[in-house]
Structures are given as structure tokens and as C-alpha cells.
Design a protein around this ligand. Sequence first.
Ligand code: NDP
Length: 443
Amino acid sequence: MTYSERVYSDLKAKNPNQPEFLQAAEEVLEALAPIVDTDPKYEAVGLLERLVEPERQIMFRIPWVDDNGKVHVNRGYRVQFNSAIGPYKGGLRLHPSVNLSIIKFLGFEQIFKNSLTGLPIGGAKGGSDFDPKGKSDMEVMRFCQAFMNELYKYVGADEDVPAGDIGTGAREVGYLYGQYKKLTNRSEGVLTGKGLSFGGSLARTEATGYGLVYITEELLKDHGKNIADSRIAVSGSGNVAIYAMEKATMLGGHVISCSDSNGYIIDENGIDVEAVKQIKEVERKRLTEYLKYHPEATYGEGSLWDVVSCDVALPCATQNEINKEQAERLVGTGCFAVCEGANMPTDAEATQVFLDKKVLFIPGKASNAGGVATSALEMGQNSIRSSWSFDEVDAKLKGIMINIYYHMKEACEKYDAVDNFVVGANIAGFMKVADAMMAQGIV
Ligand code: NDP
């Protein structure tokens, strides 16, 4: 057994009930094999064993009271995975499906993603099985305050800086920040994705979706294709999906779909992004409402990936939303590029289909890194007590995404895996973290 195989086998034995975490770890360990199995210096310092074990995992009770006076108890998580290159950084997910496996997979991915941005930020993730859907603003506020009543002990501007993720948008970040300030009496950049009136950065809301489209544009250009000539399928209708659709449309792409957890919209006239914003960001309603704006569009229940045909797929909803059959279908109907907006939306078998069929495929840890990169820019602005213009932040974001693309590409070429960006992203992300861990000794 090679070093990376042994580490994965031990990890599997130790964490049998964490399928999402094991899936993410297996992909990374396989991609790193050409490096870690050929140079004994990594095994000599137990580097992989340390890399796959979080530095700290915190789980706690979140008791809160609903509008009818009923007490609810949710479970809160913060997994501080790796701080070798900087303070822990990663979002907070609020969704009923949240469990330790999902938070560990997201925190593990975050290590490499944050490294790829070129900025000094370590990897973490957190969240709760609380479902913000259908809750009043006051209930969401009371939940967020209860969450922060415990979380504040472990976070700080130079220690751990959480942000948004599924179910955690500007409203939730505002309530979390308010409670942190109340508890600590400190006005500091402890969270990113804050409102513009209290330390938020321009372009942070747009950053993950815009960044996804910038890297997709570079990928297509580099392969003699053009976003403006492409038929683009987007899934999801949250923060990432909305701004991916907006930027792709601005660049002349023909965006024909979006979805939520109930169903999907296909609009051959091009998705009306303003209508989706109104439904999802303002009214917080279901996507069926889209038909009120555009009755000629199609609404279907189930998965978008069972029906849509496109040149470019941008999955922006959640993990494992594309399976093997759906990947084969997409390839069969002419899809030539898949760039992940969500974290791990393509399952392991589907990823293999895309790689085998030479579909241009960029994994989320590279293609959705624009969100955390801009969060790090928000941290920078907070620490110098200044703010930059939208265009300044957007230009930096675009530069970072293009850098990630070429950094990945270079790693692909160096390790004889041309156009295999799964290998390229993992290796490029790993090298800096590994160097820092080696330099800092066994800690
Ligand atoms: P949002 O909560 O804003 O939106 C999530 C979207 O995905 C919604 O349309 C939601 O539908 C749908 N969705 C969520 N869970 C499921 C599910 N189990 N099945 C089907 N659809 C689902 O989240 P974001 O847009 O912020 O995040 C989307 C993805 O992008 C996640 O994987 C996240 O980790 C990743 N990401 C986000 C970043 C950010 O900056 N926001 C940064 C990097 C990655 P519904 O409305 O019905 O719940």
C-alpha cells in the first residue's frame, strides 16, 4: 500500500459514518499521490495524517425560542481544519441536512481553496441543522444570537473569520455580527459578507458567481471557445447561482436554467435574472413564481440535470447534485465544459465521466474560490479601516480567478495531467499548505 492509500484506509476506518468527508478526502489523496508517494519527506513528518485531521472540532447546543414561545434545540458546528497559512476562514451553513460529515468535507475542501486564492487564509467551516426557510425574521434573529452565544468564544478577526454559505446570507451575517459585538464589545472584521454600512465589502455579494464566470471564461478562451456563443445551464437560485447567471448574461452567454430544491425553470428566451432576484432575495419565495413573470418558461419538478441540454454547465446548488447517469446524459447532449459553483456538486463517478470524456471540468475548490478571496479582501479592508470601490474589488477578483486558472494549469502540465484540473487544483492548493506545515514543525 502506498502512503496516500494507507492514510485513506485509516481515515475510512476512523470515520465510517462520514461519507461526504471521505469522498472529498479520497479525491484529494488520489490527486496528491504523484507527490506524496514519491517523496518520503511527507511521510517522515506525518504530513497527510495531520492534513486529514481537523486541528479542532467544536459541537454545541443552540437553544432558541420561536414566535409562539416554543423552545427548539439545534446543533451547532465549527470545524477549524487547518491554520498553517493563516487564520481559519470558511462559511456557516444553515440547512437541515447539516451534520459533522458535511461540515468536515466543506472544511477540508476549504483548506485547498483558500490556498489557491494566493491569500493568507486557513481552512474551516461551520453551521447548524437549523432551517431558516419559513421562519420569521425575529426567529432567525433569535437563532443567530443563540448560535453566536457559543461561537464567539472560538472566533476573532485574527483567529477564525466565518462567512455565509447555504442559508446564511446578509440577514444572518448581520444578526451574527450584532451579537458578537454585543458579547465582546469589539468592532472588528470577525465575519465577512457584512452589510456595507458596517464593514462589508463592495462586490462580496457578487463575488462567488462572478468569479465562477471569470474562470469559466478563461478556460473557454484557452480552449478556443467563447462564453458569448455558449448555451449555459445553471442550477440553484441562491447567492452563487444568481450572480453567475448575471455575469454570464452580461458577457453575452445564453443562460437557460436555474433551480431550487423543489424543481427547475428552463427559459429558452434566457433567464430573467432580475425576476429571480425579486423572488429569491426579496420575497424569499419558491421558483414556481417565475412563471408569473414568464408564463412561456417551463417549470418541472425533480432534477434539472435529468432534462437540460447545454454547452456549459454551472452547478451552483449543493453537493452531489450530478450523478453518473446525469453526467453521461450531459456529455451525450453536447456539454463540453462543467465548472462547479457549489462545493462538490458532481459526485465521484460523475466526475470520472467528465474526465474520461474530456469535458473541461473545474472543481469547486478552484472555480468557486472567488467568494472566499473577496472575503479575504473584506478582511484586508477592515484591518486598514478603509474600503475600496466596486470596480477595484471586482478587478482584484478577476485577477485572482485568472491566476488560479493558470496556477492550476501549470500544475497539470508539471504532473503530466494536461487539462485534468482535479489534479491541478489539488496539487496547486496543497503545495503552499504543505510547505507551511513542514516549516512550522510537528504541531
Ligand atoms: P444559497 O442558500 O444562497 O442557495 C442555495 C441554492 O441551492 C438554493 O437555490 C437552494 O434551493 C438550492 N439547494 C440547497 N440545498 C439543496 C438541496 N439539498 N437540493 C437541491 N437544491 C438545493 O447558497 P449559496 O448560493 O451561497 O451556496 C450554493 C453552493 O455554493 C453551496 O455548495 C455552497 O457551499 C457553495 N459556495 C458558496 C459560496 C458563497 O459565497 N455563497 C462560496 C463558495 C461556495 P432552496 O431555495 O429550495 O433551498
